[in-house]
Write a protein that binds this ligand. Structure first.
Ligand SMILES: Cc1ncc(COP(=O)(O)O)c(C=O)c1O
Length: 374
């Protein structure tokens, strides 16, 4: 066992808090203290100012018709996902999940009473999802198509053109909802910004976007997320949140408001920070023969194929867990691709400092049996 283990497994980046957000939260706390008053309690749906600012931001991104009443503030993206899934899913409903996909979706769907059906996508085709594949996978029991865009763990960004073709198929199935988790939307290295589902043409009555502030806007640990849904579903989600938990604290929402107003600059700065470790990790994986077919455009992960390191004759899930264990013993923690639907693949985060990455790469190379000087 290595004495010092470096983690490339965290879903949260090594980002400094945005100054504007911190100042907004501090001012709210100071004001309450100066007045000798408790903190104000937010409406369950969120502060109107934040809901309006988010609606405006979606309008700027091309979703002209979005209104503040459709925007609900949630205790992180996970809370929003669970509330929406719980509202939408009925016993026996299936959620079609193209995989690889974020491991968290599996349990969220199960706990909301649904069943995940995986639609495996091929790494050799850069995880493309074609209209034909989608049509063949949809059944009368499919209530929801769930995507993350950019995708966690692959970093794949589904373009506007790809989305349009998929939505044309989805629209052929009248009971089907489409949910796009866009929490990594601001972490993008591709030529075009990540399109939001809300800005795509076609009937929007069964489309939902979930997002959050913990990734693209560096408000890690602040527990703020949001969702945008058709008005009736948004109201139902707000009523559910009112009955089942506390509203997101006002200082956190004011921090999120400041971050929303400076969203472009914050995300740009994060991408600049991430660029060198991204290059380093991709170069090292190329040296190990494990670089993805196309460099991932979004998120701060690379999903690398290490299936050649799986013990032969062992069931893939066990072999994948064993590989992750060997890596931890050599000094690097990674996410087991099996948890995302792809045994033998590893999710590696490059939202870590350069020295930690270098040490992690040496451990990886030691297990991969190649030159440690990757
Ligand atoms: C795709 C995706 N959605 C949602 C979440 C949860 O985000 P939050 O921290 O806002 O609950 C994560 C966290 O890793 C994620 O990767």
């Amino acid at each position: 066992m290595s004495s010092q283990v470096v983690s490339l497994a965290s879903g949260y980046g090594n980002f400094a808090m945005p100054e504007v957000a911190l100042e907004a939260a501090k001012a709210a706390l100071r004001d309450a203290q100066a007045q000798g008053m408790p903190l104000a309690v937010s409406p369950a749906a969120g502060l109107p100012a934040l809901r309006e600012a988010l609606a405006r931001r979606y309008q700027q991104r091309g979703a002209a018709g979005i209104t503040a009443e459709q925007v609900i503030i949630t205790g992180g993206a996970k809370t929003g996902l669970f509330a929406v899934l719980s509202e939408l899913l009925r016993p026996g409903d299936e959620v079609l999940l193209p995989t690889p996909n974020w491991f968290g979706f599996f349990d969220l769907v199960r706990r909301a009473g649904g069943t995940v059906r995986e639609l495996p996508l091929a790494p050799a085709h850069s995880y493309a999802l074609t209209p034909g594949q989608l049509r063949a996978a949809l059944t009368p029991a499919t209530r929801l198509l769930l995507l993350s865009n950019p995708n966690n763990p692959t970093g794949r960004v589904y373009s506007r053109t790809e989305w349009e073709a998929l939505l044309a198929v989805a629209d052929e199935f009248p009971g089907l909802w489409v949910l796009s988790d866009e929490i990594y939307e601001g972490i993008c290295f591709g030529p075009a910004p990540v399109p939001t589902l809300l800005a795509l043409p076609g009937p929007a009555a069964q489309r939902v976007v979930v997002s959050g502030f913990s990734k693209s806007l560096a408000l890690t640990g602040w527990g703020v997320g949001c969702l945008v849904a058709p008005p009736a579903l948004a109201r139902a989600v707000a009523a559910r949140l009112f009955s089942t938990g506390a509203a997101v604290p006002v200082p956190n929402q004011l921090a999120a408001l400041a971050a929303t107003e400076h969203a472009a600059a914050i995300s740009r700065q994060l991408c600049e920070q991430l660029r060198p470790t991204r290059q380093r990790l991709l170069a090292a994986l190329a040296a190990l023969g494990a670089a993805p077919v196309l460099a991932p455009e979004g998120t701060y992960y690379v999903f690398a194929d290490f299936t050649r390191l799986l013990a032969p004759g062992v069931p893939p899930i066990e072999a994948s867990a064993d590989l992750v264990r060997r890596l931890a013993e050599a000094g690097v923690e990674v996410v087991d691709g099996a948890s995302c639907g792809a045994p033998g693949f590893l999710r590696l985060s490059y939202a870590v400092d350069a020295a930690a990455l270098q040490q992690a790469l040496a451990s990886l190379a030691a297990v991969a049996g190649r030159d440690a000087n990757v």
